[in-house]
Write a protein that binds this ligand. Structure first.
Ligand code: SF4
Length: 478
């Protein structure tokens, strides 16, 4: 797994708050993604939105209550379509499976579309140690691979970088003339990656969803790289957490309405790719082999925890990050691991251990805005509170919040959140702040634009207008 720096949250967030470049990048999060999300909800009506949220939540509850059944169904249908399914208990096993497949097929070059799970596993260094050249092909991921950094947002991994940063990086690493024009930079990356797509004998992707009844892997993205990675090389390996399974294509429909609107405010992403097995005899293209690696890596533990299993409903849309007052101050890297923001403050302690990540549940005002924004209605504040309770009461001193005052605070929060009246007050304070921020952002945008054009130009399939850092938020999670 990537180096876990969650224990450094306090010092990392203090220095993040003093970084003016990061400040400007984070300002765009609220004024871009979150305003776009609100506009998208307004367009469909809040009544319809609430119905979709509830439907999605019920699907997640049902699927995780019957996960064994759906994983078996998925296995049968992937196999029937000519693919192979591999179950990996942990990161080492997942990396060994992918490494073995790659080595035994003589792979020299691998292209990847965006996959948060592969970041969690730290797959790239493992493949590189086997002599395989690995290229990230999602534009944001490509930028951070060149910069030798980690993602700072679930949807826009290079959100912390300005267009000037990227221009410098491309000049330094690609030997190009310095040019801050976003279209020029995107075109340069396209040219640099085109050769890699042609050379690759392995394509690796994540998955936003896997459909049990058909054995289909679904990728929701704004860039064409996902299709090139999954169809051009002779082998495609999809890697995903086992919680990404959903029962049917009919269930997929509601998630395809919720995910792009929640992530970037789009009605639909530029590409929705559905991959069922390798190429058939009469197919013109496609891989000869298709493998699906389903990763546990701590998810079974979450599933067994009745108070925290809800975190597995997450579809990684990033909406809770975009609205979180803490994320907006400190950014993604301060959280110290792959999953930042409010959902990361739950997932990281569950996957890396409370000893290591005990400070993350403290990183919240408990305003409730994340719960309101979440398309699957995940009760993030309740779980943060549960983790605070555990850090306050643990028998193991290493799991306890380090000082007496932190334990006191955790207990006070615990009491506050047990009172519905006080919780409602705290949530309304958070919602008011979020509304105010959205109003400010909208006013700023109209001032700058001088016209009522949409915050997110849907026809371009991009994220927030002017958010140069992410250029195109490509694969919407996974
Ligand atoms: S917790 Fe909800 S809002 Fe946050 S990333 Fe997951 S699905 Fe999106």
């Amino acid at each position: 797994m990537p180096e876990i720096k969650t224990s450094q949250f306090v010092t990392a967030s203090a220095s993040a708050m003093l970084d003016p470049k990061l400040r400007r990048a984070l300002d765009r999060v609220g004024s871009g993604f979150d305003v776009a999300r609100r506009n998208a909800i307004e367009e469909v009506s809040s009544e319809a939105w609430e119905e979709w949220r509830e439907e999605a939540r019920q699907i997640k509850i049902h699927t995780l209550d019957h996960l064994d059944y759906y994983l078996e169904l998925l296995y049968d249908n992937v196999t029937a379509a000519g693919g192979q399914v591999h179950f990996a208990a942990d990161a080492a096993e997942a990396n060994a499976i992918v490494g073995h497949l790659a080595q035994s097929r003589g792979v020299k070059v691998a292209t990847k579309s965006k996959s948060m799970v592969s970041e969690e596993l730290e797959l790239n260094p493992v493949l590189e140690s086997l002599g395989i050249d690995v290229y990230e092909t999602d534009l944001g991921e490509y930028i951070i691979q060149l910069a030798e950094e980690t993602p700072s947002h679930l949807v826009a991994p290079a959100l912390h970088k300005s267009k000037e940063d990227v221009a410098e990086l491309f000049a330094d690493k690609l030997g190009l003339p310095y040019n801050e024009d976003i279209e020029v930079m995107a075109a340069a990356a396209r040219v640099a990656l085109r050769d890699k797509f042609m050379q690759a004998d392995l394509g690796i992707s994540g998955a936003n969803f896997v459909v049990a009844e058909t054995g289909t892997l679904v990728i929701v993205t704004n860039e064409g790289n996902g299709r090139l990675c999954t169809s051009a090389p002779r082998m495609h390996i999809g890697i995903t957490g086992m919680e990404k399974v959903i029962p049917s294509m009919q269930d997929l429909a509601v998630f395809l309405r919720l995910l792009p609107r929640s992530a970037t405010g789009q009605r639909i992403s530029s590409y929705v790719s559905m991959i069922t097995g390798p190429r058939r005899e009469d197919d013109e293209d496609g891989p000869e082999e298709f493998h699906l690696v389903l990763v546990d890596n701590g998810r079974s533990r979450m599933l067994r925890d009745p108070k925290l299993r809800e975190a597995l409903y997450c579809i990684r849309c990033g909406a809770c990050l975009n609205i979180c007052p803490v994320y907006q101050r400190v950014g993604g890297h301060a959280y110290g691991w792959v999953y930042p923001g409010p959902i990361g403050a739950i997932v990281s302690p569950m996957l890396t251990g409370l000893k290591e990540s005990k400070m993350l549940p403290q990183a919240s005002s408990l305003c409730g805005a994340c719960r309101e924004a979440c398309p699957v209605k995940i009760n993030i504040p309740r779980m943060l509170l549960e983790l605070r309770h555990r850090t306050a009461e643990s028998e193991d001193p290493a799991e306890r919040a380090s000082s007496g005052s932190e334990r006191f605070l955790a207990r006070m929060y615990s009491r506050l959140m047990r009172s519905p009246g006080r919780m409602g007050f705290a949530a309304s304070m958070g919602a008011n702040r979020a509304e105010a921020r959205a109003g400010d952002a909208e006013a700023r945008r109209l001032d700058q634009a001088g016209a009522a054009s949409p915050a997110v130009p849907l026809d371009q399939g991009t994220g927030p207008a002017g958010a140069a850092a992410q250029v195109l938020p490509g694969h919407l999670a996974g």
